[in-house]
Write a protein that binds this ligand. Structure first.
Ligand code: NAP
Length: 322
């Protein structure tokens, strides 16, 4: 039997769906917004720069004038901005079908955010943890909703160290170690979130994806511009365009056969490029105790608790005496 590759053609009609894509103005996020809006979803590009968001939106609308795309401000490295975004979103919408936690930075020099959190983990993981928690009521109120976290192959080399989780004062920090830790955290979070959904019997799924390797702005901190310019022709053959890199996240977001805790990545050699298929997370990413410990730290660091009180259903039976 010939294997059929999953492509954007497989995205179903999404009319009536409300989707948030963090970092929707660039790279994989932009490719995802384009594909989802083309299938008639209403897409919110959650961007740290409204100007860059509006520029990206304008370009998308040139190709798809009828697309429903809105830009909203969200700085994931700032817990106050995340609270503002969640509040504004709830004023405008009463459903959330898909939360695509895509935004990220890679290999930045050691930086502490205003909230005192190491920048890469704050943007890539803690910000998305907080955003998801603050939007939990919307997700819970939307049947079949999904949270998709974007991780990376780098999660395989990530390690957790709860004694120095945030590389306090830069102790033990290297740009790559912090990046790979943040991507391991995305996986640990996804699996714990799925357990949370199941425990609370919520009609929501948590899924995760990695894009392989796509040449995007993400690499702007990985090496100086002139080195990247020299290396690009050589490394490009190992990379795929953003449109392909976005496919695993898109599949996790919309494939009807996808289950909670599924992990999608490219099917090519070493999962660096190709079409999206189910892939396996590192053993470390599946450790329930570590995931629980990370969740506890996340509550403390972000101040966001996943509070969900199920609505009690009063069952009226014929035996009830009125
Ligand atoms: N490209 C790859 O090969 C690759 C591989 C593995 C994983 N990933 C993951 O894929 C995701 C998307 O990356 P990409 O390759 O598309 O890179 P990109 O082109 O640099 O896009 C990253 C997006 O995240 C946004 N962002 C950064 N910091 C933010 C913050 N504090 N608040 C809100 N948004 C913020 C960026 O906004 P600005 O435009 O304003 O900077 C941009 O829109 C990331 O999570 C990345 O780790 C990518």
């Amino acid at each position: 039997m010939i294997k059929k590759n999953w492509t954007i053609e497989d995205i179903p009609d999404l009319q009536g769906k409300i989707i948030i894509v963090t970092g929707g103005n660039s790279g994989l996020g932009l490719a995802s917004v384009k594909a989802l809006a083309a299938k008639r979803a209403e897409v919110i590009m959650a961007c740290r720069s409204v100007q860059r968001g509006n520029e990206a939106r304008k370009l998308l609308l040139k190709d798809q004038p009828k697309a429903k795309i809105k830009v909203m401000e969200l700085d994931l490295s700032n817990f106050w901005s995340i609270r503002m975004f969640a509040g504004d979103f709830k004023k405008d919408y009463n459903q959330l079908d898909i939360l695509l936690n895509n935004a990220g930075v890679m290999m930045t020099p050691y930086t502490q955010t205003k909230d005192g959190v190491e920048l890469q983990q704050s943007t890539n993981y803690f910000g998305h943890y907080a955003l998801t928690g603050l939007l939990l009521d919307m997700l819970a109120a939307t049947p079949g909703s999904r949270v998709v976290n974007v991780s990376s192959l780098a999660h395989k080399t990530g390690t957790m160290n709860f004694k120095n989780l945030l590389y306090e004062k830069g102790r033990g920090y290297t740009p790559y170690k912090a990046y790979s830790r943040s991507k391991l955290e995305s996986l640990l979070f996804t699996f714990e979130l799925q357990r949370f959904f199941e425990k609370n019997k919520l009609d929501c799924k948590a899924l995760v994806a990695h894009p392989g390797v796509s040449y995007t702005n993400l690499f702007s901190h990985a090496a100086p511009k002139w080195i990247r310019a020299i290396l690009l022709p050589a490394v490009k053959s190992f990379m795929q365009p953003a449109e392909m890199g976005a496919l695993p996240g898109l599949r996790a977001a919309v494939d009807e056969s996808a289950k909670g805790a599924d992990f999608f990545g490219p099917d090519g050699a070493m999962q660096m490029k190709g079409y999206p298929v189910r892939v396996t997370a590192s053993q470390h990413a599946c450790n329930k105790d570590v995931a629980r410990q990370l969740w506890d730290c996340s509550e403390r660091i972000t101040g966001v608790m996943f509070e969900y009180t199920p609505v009690l259903k009063m069952e009226v039976t014929s035996k009830m005496v009125v």
